[in-house]
Design a protein around this ligand. Structure first.
Ligand code: SAH
Length: 218
């Protein structure tokens, strides 16, 4: 069963239907890509059967891969059309970066833990995601060299929106980030348009901590 090539495809289509479409995810490009990317490759072998469940899963170093619905909400909020340059903070397993890479022109992703930079790079190669560039660094500083970004996604929760990320966001631009306490955050969609910043609450969420100069100390 689990060895059959169709097995993961079947449960992935069920995930799209039951967790995403039924809860209002409507961007056809987001739904198509989440129906294609082999999420089970981004978790430990022992956890593969759970990869399409309706919950986040542990990856290495105490970090997590977000619940599929949260990946979908955050991705949909960026309204990507295929031409954008996107910055992701918190590469983790690399799953979110791969989803983004199929919806925009170029993804830059920053991760503070070396082991995750290494394991995610292997997956980017294996899945032939040649439009992803990653680096080991404190992502609360952004990635100045390639700024400005049409869209920015932060996949770890911080006490506030890091100032460098707002500065590196293009105008117009969209940024999605969990902001709040370390045990619960608001998922915020920040838009920059004609120099004006506005913030919209999308969802209450629980992410691992954004640790760095413009994040938490630990
Ligand atoms: N997007 C990931 C989920 C990552 S979990 C995925 O699809 O799997 C959050 C990640 O943010 C963790 O890997 C954590 O190490 C990383 N992180 C936390 N603070 C960071 C910082 N300041 N800069 C870069 N990465 C950070």
């Amino acid at each position: 069963m689990i060895d059959s090539p169709d097995y993961f495809d079947t449960i992935r289509q069920r995930m799209v239907q039951e967790q995403l479409i039924s809860r209002g995810i409507h961007d056809p490009r987001v739904l198509a890509v989440m129906g294609e990317v082999p999420r089970h490759l981004f978790v430990d072998d022992a956890m593969q059967a759970h990869a399409y469940g309706d919950y986040p899963l542990p990856i290495s170093d105490g970090q997590t891969i977000s619940q599929p619905f949260i990946v979908a909400i955050m991705t949909q909020a960026l309204q990507l059309t295929g031409t954008e340059k996107v910055l992701e903070i918190g590469t983790g397993s690399g799953y979110q970066a791969v989803i983004l890479s199929r919806l925009c022109a170029k993804v830059y992703t920053v991760e503070r833990l070396n082991s995750l930079v290494a394991s995610s790079r292997r997956l980017f190669d294996r899945l032939r995601c040649y439009n992803i560039q990653s680096k080991l660094d404190d992502g609360t500083l952004g990635w100045l060299e390639h700024a400005p970004y049409d869209a920015i996604m932060v996949t770890a929760g911080g006490p506030e929106i890091p100032e460098p990320l707002l500065a590196q966001l293009a105008d117009p631009g969209r940024l999605v980030i969990p902001v709040g306490a370390q045990d619960q955050q608001e998922l915020q969609l920040v838009t920059k348009k004609d120099g004006v910043i506005s913030v919209e609450l999308l969802e209450y969420v629980r992410f691992v901590s954004l640790i760095g100069e413009h994040g938490w100390n630990r």
